[in-house]
Design a protein around this ligand. Structure first.
Ligand code: ADP
Ligand code: MG
Length: 383
């Protein structure tokens, strides 16, 4: 792997051993009677990051965000921002603001009053206050709707009012709890790009919570995956997707096929796994991170888009191949999803790009096919 390219360090400060994180969460826990909502979480988040906390409902995301905002006190551990310990600092004195899942707009106030509400505690000249409100509205492109009330806005516009109100005090860190969850799918995708643009313009660190893995993948500089109060992996979207540490993560982020098996040999940078589910031995390139040894029980994880499907027997070196029958086929226009039943009874999900008009169409229900993938397409997981 080698040392990171210095040109990249500006964009990827977490790779720079000398970079100072802006937010440091150190061994933070939060217990409620009968439940540990957040369990010894440690994270280092850098200025300008769009950092995602993802995980199933109830895994502790909101509780962690509330502790950063100061609405909840850690039962253990420390939170610092720009080197200052936050544990005993009340919410309004932290360089942090939070945008709530519900937006919590005031229905009786106009858009501009809602946005200006963020400045209410600040001793500003009326003219300056007006300018700040105008600038915030312009930033989210709501300048022309300043006099409307929330019920006269679309869902996307309400979201932008909430964002402008949260940013108007120029917090160093903005916390967003499920910022797009109130929007429908199409609007959510469009709003993702807006949110990224605004974040890029203002340069504020965003820490956002989502249970939607696609949203995290699309937006985040880095993702922390949480499970039952713990952070179980932190990485860039590509790292999490390509190198998930566990089956849980591989399954939570995207779709993955797993073959359970036993390591038979580790040699020359390759792992051989005997798998009854695959009907034989699988060859996987060794990643070098977490070493496996012969005799160990493992799971070979393989993403649907890394599998090729063909009627003819595939040829090639270091190729894994399994025979099967097309059990289900979903034509999605730009791609097709195949469910291939293999002789062991294992059903594989395969994603085919519809690059050629005829070739893909020639594979149909009940056809006998081969699925194949290279040794470097799969990874070996130990848990
Ligand atoms: P998420 O945002 O990931 O869905 P939460 O942080 O809201 O999860 O909740 C994590 C766990 O802590 C859940 O089991 C939840 O029921 C519990 N919890 C959260 N807030 C409280 C509270 N104020 N009192 C008691 N239990 C709570
Ligand atoms: Mg929540």
């Amino acid at each position: 792997m080698g040392l990171p390219d210095p040109k990249q360090l500006a964009d990827r400060p977490w790779l720079d051993p000398h970079a100072q994180p802006q937010v440091v969460i150190e061994g933070v826990s939060k217990t409620f009677p009968g439940v540990t909502a957040v369990d010894e979480v440690s994270l280092r988040i850098f200025k300008g990051e769009m950092f995602a906390l993802v995980g199933a409902s109830g895994c502790g995301k909101t509780t962690l965000l509330r502790m950063l905002a100061g609405f909840a006190q850690p039962s253990a551990g420390q939170i610092s921002i720009d080197g200052a310990l936050m544990n005993d600092v009340p919410p309004h004195q932290r360089p942090v603001n939070m945008m709530f899942q519900s937006y919590a707009l005031f229905p009786h106030m106009t858009v501009e009053s809602n946005v200006g509400y963020g400045l209410r505690r600040l001793p500003l000249e009326p003219e300056v206050r007006k300018q700040r409100i105008q600038a915030a509205l312009d930033m989210v492109q709501l300048g022309t709707l300043a006099k409307r009330r929330p019920h006269q806005l679309s869902g996307g516009q309400r979201q932008r009012v909430a964002l402008a109100r949260a940013l108007i005090r120029r917090p160093k860190v903005l916390l967003l709890d499920e910022p797009l969850s109130a929007l429908d799918k199409k609007l959510r995708e469009q709003t993702q790009f807006e949110l990224m643009n605004i974040q890029y313009q203002v340069g504020t660190t965003f820490i956002f919570v989502t249970h939607d893995q696609d949203e995290a993948m699309a937006l985040a500089t880095r993702i922390a995956v949480m499970d039952r109060g713990k952070v179980i992996q932190v990485g860039t979207p590509a790292e999490i997707y390509e190198f998930p540490k566990t089956r849980f993560i591989a399954d939570f982020i995207g779709t993955t096929n797993f073959f359970e098996g036993t390591v038979t040999e580790v040699a020359a940078g390759q792992v051989r796994v005997q798998s009854a589910e695959a009907g034989g031995e699988l060859l996987v390139d060794e990643l070098g991170k977490d070493k496996v040894t012969a005799g160990q029980r493992v799971w070979v994880a393989l993403r649907p888009e890394k599998i090729r499907i063909s009627k003819e027997p595939p040829v090639g070196e270091r190729l894994n191949r399994v025979k099967g029958v097309v059990a289900e086929l979903g034509y999605l226009g730009n791609r097709s999803t195949y469910h291939i039943r293999t002789p062991s009874g294992k059903v594989l999900t395969v994603l085919g790009k519809n690059e050629q008009r005829t070739a893909e169409w020639s594979i149909d229900w009940s056809d006998e096919v081969y699925v194949s993938w290279n040794a470097n397409a799969a990874i070996v997981l130990q848990s």
